[in-house]
Design a protein around this ligand. Sequence first.
Ligand code: E4P
Length: 215
Amino acid sequence: MKFFIDSADIGEIREALAMGMCDGVTTNPSLVAKTGKTFQTVIDEIVHTVPGPVSLEVTTNSYDEMLAQSEELASYGDNVVVKLPLTRPGLRACKALSEKSIATNVTLCFSPNQALLAAKAGATYISPFVGRLDDISSEGMAVVEDIVQIYNNYDMETQVLVASVRHPQHLVEAARLGAHVATLPLKVLDQMFNHPLTDSGLERFMADWEKVPTS
Ligand code: E4P
């Protein structure tokens, strides 16, 4: 299973890379705005630092503008993945980009039907937003389960990228269902390391080590 880091903050991304936990990065307009930097600065910082795929999102819902933006984004590096919204123009652009072998990540997916459309349009990744579904009392992981099963039924190549991850249990479920990728806020990655029995166990080992005679 691949871990992407869901962030436009180069400090967070470097931290995850150093731990060997960053196979790629996803950004969106909200994450870029949070950095307080220009989009160009964010692109320059991330695209050349991360060896894996970096999703950069278009900021329009017009097909022609999407194509123009996508070409520009793709020109920043071979590892750029163009992130497109799951709309009619978005999927039309997805089809056009897949015909040019430009990698795509179809975002804002909230249903298995939408995911099926994205796969038919040739998406490299589909991003179901589990946290936002949970927020409205839907079951985000049930959507992921359906998508994984549907894609498996037809050997579809589109990879399931679980997005809008809010807590470590989302990761457990995503991995159990066989999702190809999960994109994690650094906070969730940090939480995954924690277990109180690890802390207390380490404390006991350290204390007992002090009792071992040195001669
Ligand atoms: C990533 O590709 C998505 O844009 C992101 O995971 C959305 O997360 P949020 O619902 O916490 O904003």
